[in-house]
Design a protein around this ligand. Sequence first.
Ligand SMILES: *Cc1c(COP(=O)(O)O)cnc(C)c1O
Length: 419
Amino acid sequence: MHHFAYRDGALFAEDVDLTALADAVGTPAYVYSEATLRRHFRVFADAFAGADALVAYSVKANSNIAVLKTLAGEGAGADVVSGGELQRAIAAGIAPEKIVFSGVGKTGDEIAAGLDARILQFNVESAAELAAIDEIARARNAQAPIALRINPDVAAGGHEKISTGKKEDKFGVPWAEARDLYAKARAMKGVAVKGVDLHIGSQIDDLAPFEAAFTKIGGLIADLRADGCAIETLDLGGGLGIPYGEGAVPPHPDDYAEMIKRVTAPLNVKLIFEPGRMIAGNAGILLSRVLYVKDGEAKKFLIIDAGMNDLVRPAMYDAFHEIWPVVESSGGETVYDVVGPVCESSDRFAKDRKMAPLKAGDLVAIMSAGAYGAVQASQYNTRALVPEVLVNGDQYAIIRRRPTYEDITALEATPDWLP
Ligand SMILES: *Cc1c(COP(=O)(O)O)cnc(C)c1O
């Protein structure tokens, strides 16, 4: 459920008319609904009410500081995958004891920053990283709280580019090496073993792979405890899918929670979750204007002012996004390829999409663009990063402005030998 809906044929974000908003801030623009962000967070957190659980929002899904502040206000922690994200989370007021640091390639500086901030836990992805953390922590006279990210070797479906829990994937410690590495970790003076972590992928629309992975991890926790290893936390990662308007309908957080409570009840651990898409995905749209309608030889193209540099999901993951007209019309249906202005054939948001007929100047909303949208944008073709707007009731604020040409080129320098 989200707060983008028609009123008398005009699409609103909460109480803000998107036509008026487009005129005020220009297009393309990302528009987020604060009420939707809060609602999704609460639905997830409430599903685990009564359990010892921390919901650490996955910052990489949408890292705008205003979004993080909104979620911090709801009690969210943060799952970060870089030093930059760590800084954002702290700047947004998220308490370090609610921050977990994930990622396969943490640098020495990033590890040191996490130690200095006294975060809750490092999710460690390899033996080599564990050794690095131990060494850096000892050099600072500190002890790093760690969980090992275990690769449970289950296939989670979804697109291969967002699957992370099979043994062919680069993520996590191989299942067969887990017990051994825990034994090594326990002997290290610079680390304090806290828990076990896993994350099997993203946009998973079926409970079965989650249950298979979590059950397998439960067995590992029993083995580790038998080995004398105290396991206090179990981080179950993110990955719960959202409806994109095509394909399967993902499980409701209540059903997800019911399964998890059942599987983890005997374990007596503090649960950590890292949802990203589930919180932010349907809380945002990409607002764009039709530039041209082109009657090609074989098909009709709707050329819009947003491009793959602004929202790369269709090009990168073959992702489906609904595209809604901002003003409803009753003029029947036309079939379009909806494309952007970037000089790449993959710059296409929809293929053979049935839509109400549109003309140059009309506005469209690319739905479900709140997660993995703005954060993956680039300035390819020297197209300015799209501004981000946060709506709250009948108010809105620009939470990242559109850069100027001077902003875009400010980091470039001409060497002395060029005129
Ligand atoms: C990307 C990621 C998440 C968030 O995944 P969603 O599908 O957005 O919920 C959580 N944990 C880790 C380690 C990740 O890499």
